[in-house]
Design a protein around this ligand. Sequence first.
Ligand SMILES: [Fe+2]
Length: 303
Amino acid sequence: MTIERIESVTYGVEDVELCTRFMTDVGLEPVDAGRSGATFRTPVNQFVRILRADDASLPPRSSAGSNVREVAWGVGTQAALDALAAELGRDREVSVDAGGVVRTRDESGYGVALRLSDKVEAADPPRRTNQLGHVERRNEGVTPYGRARPLRIVHAAWDVLDAGHEQAQRFYLDRLRFRAIDTVRPMGTFMQCEGDIEHHNLLLCHRTNALGINHIAFEVHDIDEVVEGGNYMIAQGWKESRRLGRHNLGSNVFRMFQSPAGGRIEFASDMDRMDKDFVPRHWEKTPQHHLWMLKIPGDSEPH
Ligand SMILES: [Fe+2]
């Protein structure tokens, strides 16, 4: 088993204080915060790091302004980590720091780190639900979440340039052993890392023909938490960038917000899991974006 999950996401930002407030409102647990940066942790021990954009420890920028500068992937064993580092070293500069973290850049220039996975199991059972003939909750009501408390960082979506997008994808597929679950020729490729069954841990999207992070997705428990987490964000003054819906590819319920740290963040729940029995799909035309999306009176076309 090789890459199992996203281990951390590191942003370089113009306004550390603003981005710290944003990530706190997203519901991440702050473990360290100061003028030069902040660190947040998920319940399964992944980290979101906020650093000043001019911090010398960051990989170079791929675009102006605040953005993700590095996604670190968690690898299952030291032997697998060593093998991946050796493979990457065949054609690009690779560094290894004192903590054993391997760093390089992908075909788009994005910072890629590989490190031993440091997973913690989250003991957080799902809410009990009721349906005719299927009763899990009896003699008790539902307690509102009030705000999101993400379970984990579930996927990263990078925008890549249209020119060379196939090489950009091949880097992850051929060199880092990701599996393409849905390849959408006009749009991008949804990829799963080898040690997970998530519909996608990584999306490389060339539809916008731009460089930079498109979004980082945080898994929450269920649709209630997607809605309530989004409502809380709006109450704190953050701007929604895509209203509530359920995707077609991946089936995840989503709600998205513009992030001052770069790109957007997504609250996601109930995503598809694809194991080795699933036959990857290829799409010549981009399929419908969503199965449904919240309609607002007077708004004929969901945004
Ligand atoms: Fe997403």
